[in-house]
Design a protein around this ligand. Structure first.
Ligand SMILES: C[S@@+](CC[C@H](N)C(=O)[O-])C[C@H]1O[C@@H](n2cnc3c(N)ncnc32)[C@H](O)[C@@H]1O
Length: 369
């Protein structure tokens, strides 16, 4: 792993010599400004105006890439480099990075964002795939914590995560780092706009609400910040980007979530409604379900449930708020809702589980199947 304390980010290795010489993509035109997203119910908290440092970031990134001979950005690694230094500065500002902060940067690439972090006074710990470091296999506690403890000047000893992330690993990174409120206080990511909008959506009333939203809202407070147009990247991706921040909750801020093979207790704040045909729907589902833990709702008391291989007979449910549900789980636990399912036959074009008006619960079932 690569702790960086000076302006010397890791550089991409030249690609291995291909059979036919690859042509380097022509340098792109300087990027225009990036703008807030016009989409969805989420409004950007910050609107970034005209970029004074556009040409600086543009020229230094192109120079850096050109200096690497035949380096051709690799699509499989999401190597869409940032050309606009103003975007980097806004990423740093969104995370509130300042003197003495310790930052985990994922994918420093040419180092343009690293420069901005260092300029803000941070100590940066970078993880870059092209020098054999893969964030999805990264062990934060054994590799990063000792570094944080050594470098942190704050008594709280919380680090920050800032990254212009390869779009294809964004969900993996979110799943890996969000439950680490004991290590990180905030995570600010530049992601695909579509993904950022989806992750920041906190409303279970929308059809877009997915299991990942349950996860994100359980462990953090997400906020869509601003849109970054695709023209700010080189090579230019087919989609726009956006910056999203996740304020991580400390473990004390959410109900205890047991790790593997344990009992857990969790707030059912995301299961807020139930329709009369839900039970019927669930019975229909059992034909293809070997093991299922059902989270039930009850107005007054905690309900203990366990996994069962027999069809569910327990009638359930309810109206009104549920204080909590505890579940005894016999299998690894991924999520607060703890619904365990074997693979369910996927319908063509479907999500594996028939849709139902109780969409958050359906989503959770789908997530854990
Ligand atoms: C979108 S580029 C960002 C580069 C640079 N930070 C910038 O803003 O221009 C993503 C970077 O992440 C690196 N990367 C891709 N997959 C990775 C992984 N699994 N772990 C760590 N880094 C990865 C790529 O090599 C690339 O340098």
């Amino acid at each position: 792993m690569a702790p960086l304390t000076s302006l010397s980010p890791p550089l991409p290795h030249p690609s291995p010599s291909p059979a036919k010489p690859r042509r380097r993509p022509p340098p792109p035109p300087p990027p225009p400004h990036f703008t807030p997203s016009p989409r969805g119910p989420i409004r950007p908290a910050t609107i970034v105006s005209a970029a004074s440092g556009v040409t600086d970031g543009y020229h230094s990134t192109i120079r850096s890439l050109n200096s690497r001979g035949r380096h051709v950005p690799r699509k499989s690694l999401g190597q869409n480099y940032m050309l606009n230094s103003k975007v980097n500065e806004e990423l740093v500002a969104a995370a509130g990075v300042g003197e003495g902060d310790v930052v985990l940067e994922i994918g420093p690439g040419t180092g343009s964002l690293t420069d901005a972090l260092l300029a803000a006074g941070a100590t940066v710990f970078a993880v870059e795939k092209i020098i054999e470091e893969d964030i999805t296999k990264f062990n934060v506690h054994s590799h990063f914590l000792p570094f944080l403890e050594e470098k942190s000047h704050h008594s709280t000893k919380h680090a920050k995560v800032v990254s212009n992330l390869p779009f294809n690993i964004s969900t993996d990174v979110v799943k890996l780092l969000l439950p680490m409120g004991d290590v990180f206080s905030i995570m600010v990511l530049l992601l695909q706009d579509e993904t950022a909008l989806r992750l920041a959506d906190a409303s279970i009333q929308t059809p877009e609400y997915r299991p990942i939203n349950v996860f994100v809202n359980f462990y953090s407070e997400p906020e869509y910040k601003f849109k970054v147009e695709r023209t700010n990247f080189f090579p230019q991706p087919k989609v726009d980007g956006a910056v999203i921040s996740f304020k991580l909750k400390n473990a004390g801020e959410y109900p205890p979530v047991g790790s593997h093979k344990s009992s857990v207790s969790c707030q059912c704040q995301y299961l807020c409604q139930c329709s009369p045909d839900f039970l019927q729907w669930l019975h229909g589902l059992q034909a293809s379900v070997a093991t299922i833990v059902v989270v039930m709702r009850h107005p007054r008391e905690k309900i203990s449930l366990s996994s069962t291989s027999s069809p569910i007979k327990t009638p359930f449910f309810l109206h009104g708020p549920i204080p909590s549900v505890s579940v005894a789980a016999a299998a690894p636990i991924d999520l607060a809702l703890l619904l365990l399912l074997p693979p369910v036959r996927r319908e063509r074009g479907g999500r594996g589980i028939p849709s139902h008006p109780l969409s958050p619960l359906c989503a959770a079932l789908s997530c854990l199947s």
